[in-house]
Design a protein. Structure first.
Length: 307
């Protein structure tokens, strides 16, 4: 991922609902960090029959804020989860217990993995597993293109694997709740075998095929130029790929040493994420026949260019 922007002016008060689009309110969870920026964005869609998108981390304060945001005459009828990371999904079960609303998602944490990532996960050679909500379950599984409807809204589920295999984006017309797939403050972590860069790039290309007016991400402010941001993300990843290939042209190396050369003075808190992103590129390049490990494909593997 790229380093966070210095100060975008995005600094809402946690737990205070803010209307960000017609019929859409945002609640910031109180979980700021190097990986979550100001915290996780929870979205409330509708007034009478509310859909909660990404209830967020396990937090009594955030649960209370969500329940307090329900206006008189309204009720929470649906809980939608973009993906099963600990900053997005744990509160879903508690909110379901409090409201009786069912939980909708693509499935548990391992759902949606590509064949190679499933194989690598079974072999246990790549590490990974950062921030996974392994206990997450949903009441209804959503496939790509499924529609969920409420009294005054209709949401389309789009399967967008890459950041993690079970990642969904949710569309309402030209608005896209983009989860952690597209954010404005940083690019997404892609950490194999949970994340898959080949899938990530395919999901970006797929989103480019539609006209969007605004992205509402899982962290950070609204993205008002979706086409530009998608183009930047694709170019950014291609640039990282070029950097990796250039470094390997000087000799074989592992993901950790490549990350230290490619990322300029990354903060200590972000260096592990940088290494995981480089590993994701190496696995993608391996699948495409551009690089190969000198021994077993593993987290510490030394990679070289294919001649």
């Amino acid at each position: 991922m790229n380093r966070p922007q210095a100060d975008t002016g995005f600094n809402p008060k946690p737990g205070v609902p803010e209307e960000v689009a017609p019929g859409v309110r945002r609640l910031l969870a109180p979980n700021p960090s190097a990986m979550t920026y100001r915290g996780t964005n929870t979205y409330l869609v509708g007034d009478s029959e509310i859909a909660v998108i990404d209830p967020g981390p396990a937090s009594d304060a955030h649960l209370e804020a969500i329940l307090d945001a329900v206006q008189p005459g309204g009720r929470i009828g649906h809980i939608l989860v973009t993906h099963s990371h600990l900053d997005h999904s744990p509160l879903a079960a508690v909110l379901r217990e409090a409201t009786g609303a069912p939980v909708y998602a693509h499935g548990p944490a391992t759902t949606g993995r590509s064949a190679i990532m499933a194989q690598l996960a079974a072999e246990g050679m790549l590490g990974g597993g950062e921030g996974i909500d392994h206990g997450f379950v949903c009441d209804h599984t959503l496939a790509d293109g499924d529609i969920i409807a409420g009294a005054d809204w209709q949401i389309e589920a789009l399967h967008t694997p890459g950041h993690i295999g079970n990642h969904l984006c949710f569309a309402i017309g030209g608005l896209l709740f983009s989860g952690d797939h597209v954010m404005g403050w940083a690019s997404s972590l892609v950490s194999p075998p949970d994340g898959d860069l080949t899938d990530f790039m395919a999901s970006c290309a797929r989103l480019q095929q539609r006209r969007w007016t605004c992205f509402l991400p899982g962290h950070g402010d609204l993205v008002h130029d979706p086409a530009e941001r998608l183009a930047w993300l694709i170019a950014h990843r291609k640039g990282r790929e070029a950097d990796i290939l250039e470094q390997l042209a000087h000799g074989a190396a592992d993901a950790a040493s490549l990350a230290r050369h490619i990322y300029r003075d990354p903060p200590d808190a972000l260096l592990p994420a940088a290494e995981r992103n480089v590993l994701a590129h190496l696995v993608d390049l391996y699948q495409r026949g551009r690089v190969r490990p000198t021994a077993t494909l593993a987290r510490e593997a030394i990679f070289e260019l294919c001649r």
